[in-house]
Design a protein around this ligand. Structure first.
Ligand code: SF4
Length: 218
């Protein structure tokens, strides 16, 4: 009853909900239900979701979002943005989707955290994508649970950032992805260069393009 009341009164500011393939990172190729939340605390110069940054979106009741999810055959949900940790309803959404049998991925810039997510975090694939505009800062609690670090390789990213102490555990466990910005040729070359520099230091990273853009799907 309480649960039903909560899903009836909680709201989420949603930019869009749609089915596609996960096009990025370690779970690339997975059929996914994207739940894109509205609003972001950063402004990256090459952001490919500018419509999800500021005002706008649709304020939906939680139960409406869950209903949309339940009507999908896809059972992997990607909660993304914008920045999903700006939404206070995020832990409730994750809990409900897990109970519905979804595997959950959260894509975040890593600067924020919600302690209510703590008990659920081990069951979630958190993809943390540290951003240059934030000095590559990552919240320590979030970093502890991040299953993947995904760095966009732009003109700013350098190997000394990847070699920072706070990213060392992910480097050592081969969970660092280098994603060339906007699939640009020169950024692929930079990514391969960064990869070989790290390899010289004993760390294996993965260069993975945005495959949804290569095959022309959203
Ligand atoms: S953190 Fe992500 S959504 Fe926010 S501005 Fe940067 S790329 Fe865009």
């Amino acid at each position: 009853m309480l649960r039903n009341q909560a899903s009836g009164t909680l709201t989420l500011n949603v930019n869009e909900i749609y089915e596609t393939l996960q096009g990025e990172g370690l779970l690339a190729g997975t059929p996914s239900l994207f739940i894109r939340l509205q609003g972001c605390n950063l402004r990256c110069p090459w952001c490919d979701q500018p419509e999800s940054l500021g005002e706008g979106g649709n304020m939906l009741k939680m139960e409406e979002v869950l209903l949309r999810a339940s009507s999908s055959k896809v059972r992997h949900a990607v909660i993304t943005g914008g920045e999903p940790f700006l939404s206070p309803g995020l832990p409730f959404l994750v809990k409900e989707l897990l109970e519905m049998g979804f595997s959950i991925q959260i894509e975040t810039n890593g600067t924020l955290w919600n302690s209510s997510l703590e008990p659920l975090a081990p069951s979630v694939h958190i993809t943390c994508s540290p951003k240059g505009v934030a000095g590559y800062y990552t919240h320590p609690a979030l970093l502890k649970y991040a299953k993947e670090l995904k760095f966009v390789v732009d003109g700013q990213l350098e190997d000394k950032v990847l070699l920072r102490e706070e990213f060392r555990t992910h480097l050592e466990s081969k969970r660092v992805v280098l994603q060339p910005e906007s699939n640009k040729k020169e950024m692929f070359e930079r990514a391969l260069d960064l990869q070989s520099r790290l390899l010289e230091k004993g760390f294996t990273t993965r260069v993975i393009p945005q495959i949804h853009k290569l095959i022309g799907i959203p």
